[in-house]
Write a protein of this length. Structure first.
Length: 277
């Protein structure tokens, strides 16, 4: 996002990039040990190369082109939701879906509505950011899936939630992955319900599935890579609202409600394309 919209897109350093406070000698020893390991040195060089802006931009453009091709070859399944009407009626809304289906999110975003997506601030998310932005979707960087606690504050979670609240107030929808990265797949975190509470905007449970896809079995979320020449189903559930005065007990109840609603949409989408979830 640009500076005019007030969103922090700066890169933050990870913990292992900082030397131990007040211990320069120990930091130097660790640096010398790392540099003396030729294999680790080669991996670091390749990692830096793979994360360079030029390489990240090039990969992002390739992925964007491939996803556009896949989208163009998908045949909508009868029984899918009229997502354009739903999102226009509820705009600006918080569209919640599961990790593993994030590659399909641009497929059901009405092009005439402004949207932003929450992405993590780590270097590995840079390619995702390039792809999302190529689809005309703005990005907010941070870790807001868990809500706001000591851990997420360090990762920009509080700033991300504030940025998304401002975008919603300005008339932009938000696409938010509801389950927490590296957590329990298909269990909504408190972040999405916290955003609904502070913004006053509804959560629209959503899911998309394709009949032809490749499952990344090694991924914690079993990411599904859509393949061309398949059928696609999009399902959206009833909107969920969270009162501005919701306490911790109600927030937890709403979190469970969102979990059940998104999974119900997911199961329905899978049934429509005839693919097991």
């Amino acid at each position: 996002m640009n500076e005019r919209e007030g969103i922090d897109v700066s890169r933050t350093m990870s913990d292992d990039e900082y030397p131990a406070p007040g211990d320069a000698r120990r930091s130097d020893i660790g640096r010398n040990l790392r540099s003396s390991n030729p294999r680790r040195g080669k991996l670091s060089v390749w990692r830096r190369f793979g994360r360079s802006p030029v390489v990240v931009t090039a990969i992002g453009r390739v992925v964007y082109g491939l996803l556009r091709f896949v989208h163009a070859t998908q045949k909508p399944v009868a029984g899918s939701a009229d997502f354009s009407r739903i999102l226009h009626d509820r705009h600006p809304a918080i569209v919640g879906l599961w990790h593993g289906q994030h590659l399909l999110a641009p497929f059901f975003r009405p092009r005439d509505l402004p949207y932003a997506a929450l992405l993590s601030r780590n270097a590995d998310a840079e390619i995702n950011a390039r792809v999302v932005e190529a689809f005309g979707i703005a990005t907010v960087r941070g870790s807001g899936g868990r809500g706001v606690d000591k851990r997420t504050k360090k990762k920009g979670g509080a700033r991300a939630l504030v940025a998304m609240r401002r975008l919603l107030a300005a008339g932009s929808g938000i696409c938010m992955i509801a389950d927490v990265p590296k957590g329990t797949a298909r269990q909504a975190g408190l972040g999405i319900v916290t955003l609904a509470k502070i913004s006053g905007r509804p959560i629209v449970p959503a899911a998309a599935a394709t009949s032809r896809h490749h499952v990344v079995e090694g991924a914690w979320d079993k990411t599904r890579i859509p393949l061309p020449f398949g059928r696609i189903a999009v399902v959206m559930g009833e909107a969920i609202t969270v009162p501005a005065d919701a306490d911790d007990v109600l927030l937890e109840a709403k979190r469970r409600e969102v979990t059940l609603a998104i999974e119900a949409a997911n199961q329905a989408a899978e049934r429509l394309v005839g693919s097991p979830s």
